[in-house]
Ligand binder design. Structure first.
Ligand code: FEO
Length: 394
């Protein structure tokens, strides 16, 4: 790790984790990730903004030593999760006089996980300022993006905002800045979908607060730094808005090709009616790909055979994911084949209890789909197309 200059006396200290495959054993990382810490040197005081993930502590501390730092006065902790706070004890060992600057809720969560003396903390309230000498840090509470204690730090003189996870991306890279916008957009959208989407109203609040700061640079805790903030702010404005795109996502599983035949037929009829369709065979799907597809799609159709009365377990898992990620999807439907009876809609309905789009009537087929079943799929395609057309006319 080498320090990279963002502004005079403001440096990025980025721990790249090139080969990390999963985050929290939950989120696939096709491009690895980073844990970003930042160093801000004022005329009188020096501050670190966030630290690093515990397995990266040794290289992080080595980088601080290589910089020849004589002292660190403050360690600002914007978020208690260990990928950013986990190296705080090692920094305190190196600089015992340093104070951990954070909000009381974050302090509590950090102390739940790490053995840090409570006297090492300085509490800050929303809007508080901390002068480093010619560089002033202002603390902006941005709760629930994505934990209850999350906050951002604004370096006033340089107009750099450090929003921690918010606006970040899981993308290991040596590029300091997000100049490869196509690549960063995908990584940032995946990050939003999997981490931030369940907190969409809170994201909108945080977005307003950060936009109002008129930052010149946004330096998140994962992925590259935004030296053109409008790029990520505009994307978040779009993703967190109530607007959806006329698109149908179909998570599906088929065991004897009957449900697959229904998916193929429905896909063709929807395309004929002008709707883009994205089917996902969820047996081996990357949950991040499915989550990303749901960020803006207007419609989702779950397609599953009946297994022991309910949906196939892989569809149950996809439904559970949708139910916790809470995409802004407006319309939904269930289709599928069964052998001798089914309670699939009841079971899936329970799994989707928090997900509140308008549901169309399910299309359930005994065995292989026949003429009447295809007419029912025609009607479902009509209903989906009409609903999307009405949305576009709003
Ligand atoms: Fe990157 Fe919520 O930690």
């Amino acid at each position: 790790m080498i320090p990279m200059k963002i502004k005079d006396n403001v440096y990025s200290l980025r721990s790249n984790h090139w080969d990390r495959k999963m985050f929290d054993e939950l989120v696939p990382l096709p491009e690895g990730t980073t844990y970003n810490s930042y160093l801000v040197r004022g005329a009188e005081k020096t501050a670190l903004i966030d630290t690093a993930y515990p397995p990266k502590t040794a290289s992080y501390i080595a980088a601080l030593k290589a910089m020849g730092l004589q002292k660190v006065d403050y360690i600002v902790s914007n978020h208690a999760e260990q990928d950013h706070s986990g190296s705080i004890p090692a920094v305190l060992q190196m600089f015992p006089e340093a104070k951990v600057v954070t909000n009381p809720r974050c302090k509590g969560l950090i102390r739940d996980a790490l053995a840090i003396d409570p006297r090492a903390f300085i509490d800050v309230k929303d809007g508080d300022r901390l002068s480093l000498g010619g560089k002033t840090l202002r603390f902006i509470y941005t709760p629930w993006v994505h934990w209850p204690e999350t906050m951002a730090t604004f370096l006033e003189e340089d107009r750099v905002v450090f929003p921690c996870d918010f606006l970040g991306s899981h993308l290991a890279t040596t590029d300091l800045f997000a100049h490869d916008e196509a690549r960063v957009e995908v990584a940032a959208k995946r990050y939003y979908a999997e981490i931030m989407m369940p907190y969409r109203p809170h994201c909108r609040n945080a977005l307003e607060r950060i936009t109002a700061l008129e930052p010149e640079v946004i330096a998140p805790s994962h992925g590259p730094v935004y030296d053109k903030p409008a790029f990520i702010l505009d994307l978040y404005r779009q993703w967190t808005s109530n607007d959806v795109k006329p698109e149908v996502v179909i998570p599906y599983v088929s065991m004897y090709e009957n449900t697959a035949a229904m998916v193929e037929y429905l896909t063709d009829r929807l395309v004929e009616r002008g709707l883009p369709v994205r089917p996902f065979d969820v047996v081996a799907v990357d949950s991040g790909d499915l989550s990303m597809a749901l960020v803006e799609a207007s419609t989702v159709v779950f397609a599953t055979p009946t297994v022991l009365g309910g949906p196939h377990p892989s569809i149950a898992q996809a439904a559970y994911l949708v139910n916790i990620l809470l995409p802004k999807t407006r319309f939904a439907a269930l289709i599928g084949s069964y052998g001798w009876g089914t309670t699939m809609p009841d079971v899936l309905g329970e799994l989707l209890s928090q997900f509140k789009p308008k549901f169309f009537d399910p299309v359930l087929v005994k065995g292989a789909p026949r003429e009447d079943d295809y007419r029912a799929l025609d009607q479902l395609a009509d209903a989906i197309a009409e609903a999307n057309a009405a949305l576009a006319a709003d």
